[in-house]
Design a protein around this ligand. Structure first.
Ligand code: FAD
Length: 302
């Protein structure tokens, strides 16, 4: 079955995101995380591309290793940043040769300053829809794209952004992963607006347990500083108590996850930050583990 078919049939599942490691110690820790999470049956494991200065070749390497050494389906992110179309085609070919069949096609942001004006490579792509077409032409099985619950920051308004998301689906994208948001309602609104257009393309919400002040900082960057004041009201009292901060951050993520599942969202995309424990805890609390053969394990905590 293709990834899109799997996504369409999925109930109470999760996917997990990794980023290429910058050093050997992180790579070793990350691989231990991959090995610990694989038996929980993620629907796929995605590997970011060049995000935060990450090593781009590392994406091909890690995604191919996941394909080779685990039963988990890897999805490689790919961006159009700083590369001509022929090099991007080569990356897709390298992924396919490494056993990676599925790609998340993104425009990306300018290297160095993500908020600088976007300038495509002269022989490259202006927008992600072009990369979707390229990946499919080269033989990728399923191609996903990014979606933005609050509208992409460069978009004049959410409706324009939604039109462009639909354009990416018309280009052949078969699923979308939404940008991290702390208000479940933001995601649900996008899901409903998308459904109102007649689209039934699977849309996954991102979920990141904010279990330390460092993670809060990461999320602040990912959400363009849009973290809500209620999150601060819940977490700030624990800034000097790591254990209590972690517990409260996990409680927030579990509440969000439960709400999404109760709203009928079938698959949650969990950010691992290259470590297993938070994802493992969330998967247990939410009952998202999936034993080989198809039966779901029961939640660790009801
Ligand atoms: P696009 O779809 O090209 O959209 C960019 C802007 O152009 C939007 O305002 C959109 O409305 C508009 N637009 C889109 N299509 C058209 C069109 N045909 N004509 C006119 N306007 C158009 N970045 C990384 O560097 N590496 C990663 O691994 C990575 N992973 C990500 C994963 C997820 C789930 C998400 C949500 C984002 C990720 N990003 C990553 C960040 C992403 O690259 C940036 O947010 C980037 O600014 C937008 O990428 P996009 O693919 O949505 O671009």
């Amino acid at each position: 079955m293709s990834l899109v078919e799997d996504l369409r049939g999925a109930r109470r599942r999760f996917s997990v995101e990794f980023s290429p490691a910058h050093d050997e110690a992180t790579a070793a820790r990350q691989w231990r995380a991959v090995e610990r999470l694989a038996p929980l049956g993620p629907l796929f494991a995605s590997v970011t591309y060049g995000a935060g200065g990450g090593d781009k070749a590392g994406t091909v390497e890690l995604a191919s290793r996941i394909a080779r050494s685990t039963p988990v389906r890897p999805v490689a992110h790919l961006t159009a940043v700083g590369q001509p179309a022929d090099q991007l085609a080569q990356v897709v070919d390298d992924l396919l040769a490494g056993g990676v069949r599925d790609v998340l096609a993104l425009r990306g942001d300018p290297d160095g300053d993500p908020r600088a004006p976007w300038r495509p490579h002269p022989q490259g792509f202006q927008h992600a829809d072009q990369l979707v077409r390229l990946a499919l032409r080269r033989g990728a099985e399923s191609v996903g794209v990014a979606a933005f619950p609050l509208g992409h920051p460069e978009s004049p308004d959410p409706d324009t952004d939604l039109r462009h998301l639909l354009g990416k689906f018309r280009a052949g994208a078969g699923f979308a992963i939404a940008q991290l948001t702390f208000d479940v309602e933001d995601f649900l609104r996008l899901r409903d607006r998308l459904a109102a257009t007649g689209s039934d393309v699977p849309l996954l919400p991102g979920l990141l347990p904010v279990t330390s002040p460092r993670v809060l900082e990461v999320t602040r960057r990912l959400t363009d500083g849009h973290e809500p004041s209620w999150l601060h009201r819940r977490l700030d009292p624990f800034l000097d108590d790591r254990g209590a901060f972690r517990e409260e951050g996990m409680r927030v993520a579990v509440e969000d996850g439960r709400r999404l599942l109760a709203e009928g969202v079938p698959v949650l995309h969990l950010y691992s930050l290259n470590a297993a424990s938070n994802v493992e805890a969330l998967v247990g609390e939410l009952g998202l583990a999936h034993a080989p053969g198809g039966s779901c394990r029961t939640p660790v905590v009801p």
